[in-house]
Design a protein around this ligand. Structure first.
Ligand SMILES: [Zn+2]
Length: 164
């Protein structure tokens, strides 16, 4: 059973693996535990470790293009939990971080959910130009997650915004 989420070194979700596989990656020093299951530990050959719910790879893995999830407006809204990236209120529109008029693309990393008011206020400017910092950084879901996005059944795991 796949029950542990694997993040890239950049904190982007990559895949889910079995608990056993996750523990092996941690014991081999290839990954670190980002989030453990409370009160549950797994015994390795020599040590005991907290059962990982989320692990992060120590080295960045480049994801081949074919493995990318198709972008959609609906997917962005669901990915962001219908929360505005600028004020945290309910979002119904999708904002381009770098505006399309400035060459910004329809891509996971360039789009965030936004309330209509903030989308209108930001207009054709970058967050810096508009003085509207992002509360949360956009990320690219894995193909598996995008299927869940399409089904509307995706819950955002605990995520840090340590990626600058
Ligand atoms: Zn807003």
């Amino acid at each position: 059973m796949r029950e542990t989420l694997v993040l890239n070194a950049s904190f982007e979700p990559l895949a889910t693996v079995s608990l056993r596989r996750a523990v092996v990656l941690v014991l081999q020093g290839k990954a670190v535990v980002e989030q453990a299951r409370p009160g549950r530990r797994v015994r390795g050959p020599a040590v005991e470790v907290p059962a990982p719910q989320v692990i992060r790879l120590c080295r960045y893995v480049r994801v081949p293009f074919r493995r990318r999830a198709p972008w959609s407006r609906r997917g962005v809204l669901v990915r962001d939990g219908h929360r505005c990236a600028y004020c945290g209120r309910r979002a119904t529109t999708v904002d381009h971080v770098v505006p399309r008029s400035r060459g910004g693309e329809d891509s996971w990393l360039n789009t965030v959910a936004a309330c209509a008011e903030d989308n209108h206020r930001k207009a054709d400017r970058t967050p810096e130009q508009a003085g509207m910092p992002l509360l949360k950084l956009p990320f690219e879901p894995t193909p598996a997650e995008s299927l869940l996005l399409a089904a509307g059944a995706y819950g955002t795991p605990g995520r840090r915004s340590a990626v600058a």
